[in-house]
Write a protein that binds this ligand. Structure first.
Ligand code: 13P
Ligand code: SF4
Length: 311
């Protein structure tokens, strides 16, 4: 692939030639976020994918997000720069085991986090994202029993907040699981006035120290509107790029993972996408997301329920 400015120009040229739209998640590298037509959280990105009139969706995020785009816009070509961009939550929930879990609890509905395979979506009743989970849960009758998967931390957070018991699938996100409470407390001691904004995929020992809990777009909104000079961000730190663009006068500090010296708070799957791979994907229209019609039809139902209920 070409390099530098030429690479950027070639991506733009191919994008127009292909009639493509570039959608990117906030955890993508800054150079990808900057060239995308739209950057958002999982719900925003699903809505954009469902509404676009482009012929090609170049999805800079992870595979379950690109699959969602394809399921909601099956007539489009959906490309993902690196097909290995998976998600630890998806890996934690093999469809056959999820089906057995469902079958063992026939009186429960499955409220399922969007971070899962298309097969698991097809086995679910309603999909949620971190930004839509609460409003959707509030619409489910109080006496309805619920299975929530695959993220036990998001499920646990929703249960604590709503006072509703749910049967939780034991999945975790390796990135949010890596945040260290000890390191976070050290950081808070250094910046006593700094509020903490955390993603609900964080374990409770991180959430307990948070002033704001929400999806990536809600964390970004908090970072822009909170008047504090320093804000601690407990989610994947590539989102800080948008915060620094929007509020350059403020300081945003990513909460540390592990012993504070590792990169374990960065998503290794999101990091697989690069500008070079995006260029190749637009040039070749590969790697392409493909699924059977039958699977897409089954997975679309709970996704459309989410879009309806999220308002
Ligand atoms: P959001 O929907 O909040 O952007 O979350 C996506 C994700 O993968 C978080 O790890
Ligand atoms: Fe999956 Fe976690 Fe990466 Fe989000 S940050 S894509 S949940 S592994």
């Amino acid at each position: 692939p070409p390099q530098g400015e030429e690479l950027l120009a070639e991506i733009q040229r191919l994008k127009e030639e292909r009639n493509a739209v570039i959608l990117a998640h906030y955890y993508q590298k800054p150079e990808i976020q900057d060239l995308a037509d739209f950057v958002g959280d999982s719900l925003d990105l699903s809505r954009k994918a469902a509404a676009t009139d482009a012929e090609v969706i170049a999805f800079c995020g992870v595979r379950f997000m690109a699959e969602t785009a394809k399921i909601l816009s099956p007539e489009k070509i959906v490309i993902l720069p690196d097909m290995d961009a998976g998600c630890s939550l998806e890996d934690s929930c093999p469809p056959d085991q999820f089906k057995a879990f469902r079958d063992a609890h026939p009186d429960h509905i499955a409220l399922t986090y969007i971070n899962c395979s298309a097969e698991v979506k097809a086995l679910s009743d309603i999909i949620v994202t971190s930004s839509s989970a609460q409003v959707i849960l509030d619409q489910i009758p109080k006496d309805q029993k619920i299975i929530f998967g695959p993220d036990r931390h998001l499920g646990g957070y929703l249960s604590r907040k709503s006072g509703r018991d749910m049967l939780l699938w034991p999945g975790i996100c390796i990135v949010h699981q890596a945040f260290s409470e000890t390191e976070l407390l050290k950081l808070k001691a250094e910046h006593p006035d700094a509020p903490v904004a955390a993603h609900p995929e964080c374990p409770p020992h991180i959430i307990d120290h948070a002033d704001h809990v929400g999806s990536t777009s809600s964390i970004l909104h908090f970072a822009k509107t909170n008047p504090s000079e320093v804000i601690i961000i407990a989610t994947e730190p590539h989102i800080i790029h948008q915060m620094e663009k929007a509020a350059p006068e403020k300081t945003f500090i990513g909460a540390p993972g592990g012993d504070g010296n590792c990169n374990c708070n960065m998503c290794p799957y999101m990091a697989l996408n690069t500008l070079e791979k995006l260029y190749v994907a637009l040039r070749d229209l590969e790697p392409r997301i493909e699924m059977s019609e039958e699977l897409m039809d089954a997975a679309r139902k709970p996704l459309e329920r989410m879009l309806d209920m999220a308002g």
